[in-house]
Design a protein around this ligand. Structure first.
Ligand SMILES: [Zn+2]
Length: 348
């Protein structure tokens, strides 16, 4: 069925009318359309660029059923595109063909070298085999791979030269590299290696921010995931690990703002369950100091563009979410999408 949609498009704040033509948007009338949206504010869907659908816990298997449930939770919250930076199993091909599910850009399995990550949860690989494995994961998924670039605060991160070789080889096949970093040394090595996205970035040295901006390393700080653990950490017995974590959290918010102000692409990722909570990451990005428009863009049009998905334009994907009020002026409306259109079909 062809749909007609009229409303104020963000981020341009312009009133536009679209018609759907299959899973594409058109700005010229398509005959026989049914008017399904007449007024309201239109976003090209929300985006969560750091989510791990399919498995919720280390001791539960990755299943198609869990994957579908998680992706449906995202969709019902208006999240119409996700990136999965690492999974316990590669995202199966049927996901792309299911019109009910968000668009997924995946990075294959987490790439974990010895001592880094939960043993057996990702793809365990030696440092010597990492380049080959990274190219394999990128080629077998949506072009991304995900490297665990550090782990414990008191153990060395993946060496910068090993990570640089990964970046060079993955870029050579047209892929991109996401790096998990939560230590100062790991974050430094990832930036020096030229990764495409720094995930978490706890303890990131602000002195590296200009280099990130210049080379196009995006920053996905997953603030809401850390925020959920602050009270628990504070209640722990004092230890080097606790102090390391809390000092990392305290410096993260100002570092995110400094990165944004320096021109780094800051993006919204939740890294947590339940799925469909990217609005809490928007809230935290605003709390960190991003303007509301930038925080929303980090979880919508900006993230889609970064993933290669056009926004609300002629020929773009027919994905949109409708709100009763302007979500830049009042982000709380994001909790109540009035209508969700995905791939040219009304899903909510
Ligand atoms: Zn993660």
């Amino acid at each position: 069925m062809t749909l007609q949609v009229r409303g104020i498009v963000l981020p341009e704040r312009e009133e536009r009318t679209f018609w759907t033509d299959g899973d594409r948007l058109r700005t010229e009338p398509v005959p026989g359309a049914q008017l399904v949206v007449d007024g309201g504010w239109l976003l090209p869907g929300l985006v969560d660029v750091h989510t791990h659908p399919g498995t919720e816990a280390l001791d539960t298997p990755f299943t198609d059923e869990t994957l579908r449930r998680h992706l449906t939770e995202h969709r019902d919250a208006g999240v119409l595109a996700v990136r999965t930076p690492g999974s316990a199993a590669r995202i199966p091909a049927w996901v792309d063909e299911d019109p009910e599910l968000p668009r997924v850009r995946s990075a294959g399995r987490w790439l974990a070298t010895p001592g880094r990550f939960f043993p057996g949860f990702g793809r365990d690989v030696s440092e010597a085999d990492l380049v080959r494995a990274a190219v394999e994961e990128a080629e077998a998924s949506s072009g991304w791979c995900k490297v665990i670039a550090d782990w414990r605060h008191d153990e060395p991160p993946l060496p910068a030269d090993v990570l640089a070789a990964v970046v060079e080889a993955v870029h050579a096949v047209g892929g991109r590299v996401a790096a998990h970093c939560q230590t100062a040394d790991g974050s430094r090595n990832a930036v020096l290696a030229g990764v495409d996205s720094l995930e978490h970035g706890m303890h990131l040295d602000p002195g590296l921010i200009d280099r990130m901006a210049a080379q196009g390393t995006a920053f996905v700080p997953t603030l809401s995931a850390f925020a959920a653990g602050v009270d628990r950490r504070r209640a722990e017995e004092p230890s080097a690990r606790r102090d390391w974590w809390l000092s990392g959290w305290e410096s993260l918010l100002p570092t995110v703002t400094a990165a944004y102000e320096a021109g780094v692409t800051v993006l919204a990722g939740t890294d947590s369950f339940p799925c469909g909570t990217v609005t809490s990451e928007i809230h935290w990005l605003i709390r960190a100091g991003l303007p509301a428009r930038a925080a929303l863009g980090a979880a919508s049009w900006g993230a889609r563009s970064w993933l290669g998905l056009p926004g609300l334009v002629d020929g773009g994907p027919a994905d949109l979410v409708v709100y009763d009020a302007d979500p830049i002026a009042d982000p709380s409306v994001l909790a109540h999408p009035r209508r969700i259109v995905l791939r040219g079909r009304v899903v909510v």
